[in-house]
Ligand binder design. Structure first.
Ligand code: CMP
Length: 224
């Protein structure tokens, strides 16, 4: 795919006309990040917006005790790093490539120029931010209202819906995340997640199939 086709795959830019895409392709830089490299740290000054062309990025906050809280996992088409550009505050979280990832970078001034020349981008950006706030509200309710068993089940359902695929029989299969990753999304321990998953398996609500977790009939109804 050439640079311009690639830019069109980023939802934020999908409405731009050809001229705008051409000027954007001159401004944006492509960069590869090997697995497990940090794109930026929380509290750093930020001067770029990032769009994911390929790979997966973990957005995370480290507690004083070294514990990690995963805010979200982002994949191709998603953007991040816009907050520091919009409010001139430091980075609100750390971004780490959890797989080899290819990102598109846009510098602060270029980002601002692109927005002012293409007001439709502001609308698209507001949509992205609203979707993120909805998701964060959902996470807050999960953390505040459910016990740890409910939290594990809910985060599994969220992950399955966000990144999984529907099988022909209606079940959802998704990447077998590590128990530590699931734990870090809901502020619990790896051991607790292992215990809860065993329990869900015993009840016939989840099945581990190779490198995937498959939600069994009844799971969605029970934990939605
Ligand atoms: P910025 O603050 O510049 O750097 C960290 C980035 O992580 C932030 O911009 C957002 O792009 C992203 N981010 C922060 N909090 C969340 C969240 N709750 N959900 C999804 N992305 C987030």
């Amino acid at each position: 795919m050439d640079e311009k086709e690639l830019l069109r795959t980023v939802p934020l830019f999908s409405e731009l006309n050809d001229d705008a895409i051409t000027s954007l392709s001159r401004l944006a830089a492509r960069r590869k990040y090997p697995k497990d490299t940090v794109v930026f740290f929380e509290n750093e000054e930020g001067d770029s917006l990032f769009m994911i062309l390929d790979g997966r990025i973990k957005v995370t906050i480290l507690g004083d005790d070294g514990r990690e809280i995963i805010l979200t996992m982002l994949a191709s088409g998603d953007l991040f790093g816009e907050m520091a550009l919009l409010d001139n505050e430091p980075r609100s979280a750390t971004a780490i490539a959890v797989e080899e990832s290819e990102l598109l970078l846009l510098h602060r001034n270029d980002f601002q120029a692109v927005i002012s020349e293409n007001p439709a981008i502001s609308g698209a950006l507001i949509k992205v931010l609203s979707a993120r706030l909805r998701r964060a509200n959902h996470q807050i309710s999960t953390l505040a209202l459910l016990d740890v068993y409910g939290r594990v089940a809910r985060v599994i359902l969220d992950m399955a819906r966000e990144e999984g695929r529907r099988l022909k029989d209606g079940r959802i299969a998704f990447r077998r995340a590590t128990h530590q990753e699931i734990a870090n999304r809901i502020g619990t321990t790896r051991e607790t997640v292992t215990r809860m998953l065993k329990d869900l398996e015993r009840q016939g609500l989840v099945k581990i199939e190779g490198r995937e977790i498959v939600l069994q009939p009844g799971f969605e109804k029970a934990f939605d």
